[in-house]
Design a protein around this ligand. Structure first.
Ligand code: EPU
Length: 455
């Protein structure tokens, strides 16, 4: 297995571009990083404990770096060594999170539950809307209120404090109107140190929710039922130190599967948890893509004879993940026949369709539905990623398009994909990160395309 340069996060992400020469099959092994959406929320969960927390398999991402800055601003000490992150929240005493950081990173808002549980008071700027939808926080707020916090939103800040004289939140029975991942995580963290039992009904069932519960339990929390719609938490007074490993990133793995499918490649991915990827694996198989589980923690994708059209409806887990919708749109764009994509989780997450059309796709969008008419071939063009998964979709499309695709918007890509370009280079993709518009051909990172490929 090859190793990736332990590069610092690319500082030029705003102005850099990815240049891809498409049409080359990929071959070899790709190492899947730790899950972004687990790592971020585990970092928030570390606030619950005043002893050392070691988190392993932390991906190298701009979002992780920003979350670290949020924790530092709260008085927490952090030290990163490769993919190991040591966090100690003994001196955590600041209840006000910095506006500039929280507004850049929704996951940082989820820390409100842990801050309130530890300090009895929290001031958290609203994370704001973003490119994929309004993303309100009403479910987080109502849940915290049910647990005995007074919560008021004023001047863009969510001010919360615990009403009881002992400063502890109270266990409560909470029904979530929709199974929000973030609200489930916020409330689970809050309930961990609350007085009494909390029952979260209609809770999110995503693997990252389970990972957070396992992490908290490894510190002595009493959480049962994570991964089902009903999570029961018996509050405890104190948590102890832990050494915990983040689960593999199912969305990163899914993106590589789609990259393999669109380029008709032979790729081996590990580590993965195949159960976390079931909707993605079944959809790819429905499209005619052979996928085999080579070992309990690895998946192999083989070239398809033909790619068949398929319909997709995004749903909360265990349904088809909204985070995979954009990469799949790129794949369906070159499948034989017509496909329909219904995005039901976020109200504005189809903006990549117009950029894919720039590459020669035939996609029409009406409301939250995209009609994809498969075309035989995409052709390279300059395109712009409007959010993290949109940017990933354009990378996937660029790998299959004829000629050169130049992708802007890497500040989004680097939020959630750990050195995506370098990992793709290692399996033979002709992909380079260039400074500015790409015309000056200033190479920021250049992996060795052939020597590092392993099968
Ligand atoms: N919602 C509300 N009120 C709330 C919370 C959510 O109406 O208080 C709505 C949202 O507006 C949305 C739906 O509920 O329409 C689902 O949102 P959810 O809360 O489940 O999403 P999230 O917690 O904000 C996480 C991931 C997203 C992923 C979604 C859905 C993190 C940091 N983010 O967001 O990841 O798409 O769950 O699985 O965990 C990504 O990685 O690209 C990404 C956007």
């Amino acid at each position: 297995m090859s190793s990736l340069p332990d590069a610092k996060l690319l500082p030029e992400a705003d102005s850099s571009v990815l240049q891809i020469w498409g049409g080359h099959p990929l071959r070899g092994h790709i190492k899947v990083s730790g899950a972004k959406n687990s790592a971020l929320v585990l970092m928030a969960g570390a606030l619950l404990c005043s002893e050392d927390c070691r988190i392993r398999n932390v991906p190298l991402l701009a979002d992780v770096e920003r979350m670290g800055q949020v924790l530092s601003a709260l008085g927490v000490s952090l030290e990163r060594n490769g993919d190991i992150l040591d966090i100690n929240a003994r001196d955590f005493s600041t209840s006000k999170a910095p506006y500039e950081l929280v507004t850049q990173l929704r996951a940082s808002f989820f820390a409100i539950g842990a801050i309130l549980a530890r300090l009895g008071v929290a001031q958290m700027p609203l994370p704001g809307g973003c490119a994929i939808g309004a993303r309100p926080v009403d479910l987080h707020v109502r849940g915290l209120q049910a647990m005995g916090a007074e919560v008021q939103i004023e001047h863009g800040i969510c001010n919360a404090h615990v009403l009881s004289s002992d400063g502890r939140l109270k266990g409560a029975k909470i029904y979530l109107d929709s199974p929000s991942v973030g609200a489930t995580e916020t409330l689970m963290m809050a309930a961990t140190l609350a007085d009494g039992e909390t029952i979260l009904d209609n809770a999110a069932r995503e693997p990252e929710v389970v990972d957070l519960a396992n992490f908290c339990n490894s510190m002595g929390a009493k959480i049962q039922g994570a991964g089902t719609s009903t999570i029961t938490i018996q509050g405890v007074r104190k948590l102890h130190s832990t050494d915990y490993t983040v689960i593999p990133d199912r969305i990163e793995a899914g993106t590589f599967l789609v990259a393999g499918a669109i380029t008709r490649s032979d790729l081996l991915l590990s580590p993965v948890v195949p159960e976390h990827l079931l909707p993605v694996i079944f959809k790819l198989q429905e499209m005619g893509v052979p996928i085999v589980e080579e070992a309990p923690n690895s998946l192999r994708i083989l070239p398809a004879d033909t790619l068949k059209a398929a319909d997709i409806e995004t749903l909360p887990h265990p349904g088809f993940p909204t985070d995979m919708q954009a990469p799949f749109m790129a794949l369906l764009a070159v499948a034989e026949g017509d496909s329909l994509i219904n995005e039901t989780v976020f109200e504005n997450r189809l903006r990549h369709a117009s950029e894919l059309n720039r590459l020669g796709a035939d996609i029409r969008v009406k409301g939250n539905i995209a009609f994809v008419r498969g075309v035989p071939l995409l052709s390279g063009a300059p395109v712009l990623g409007s959010d993290l998964r949109a940017a990933a979709a354009l990378v996937v499309a660029g790998l299959a398009a004829s000629g050169k695709t130049t992708i802007k918007g890497l500040q989004f890509l680097d939020r959630g994909y750990d050195r995506l370009d370098l990992k793709l280079q290692q399996v033979g993709a002709k992909i380079q990160r260039l400074g500015e518009t790409g015309t000056d051909a200033e190479l920021i990172e250049n992996g060795n395309n052939s020597a590092s490929v392993s099968t």
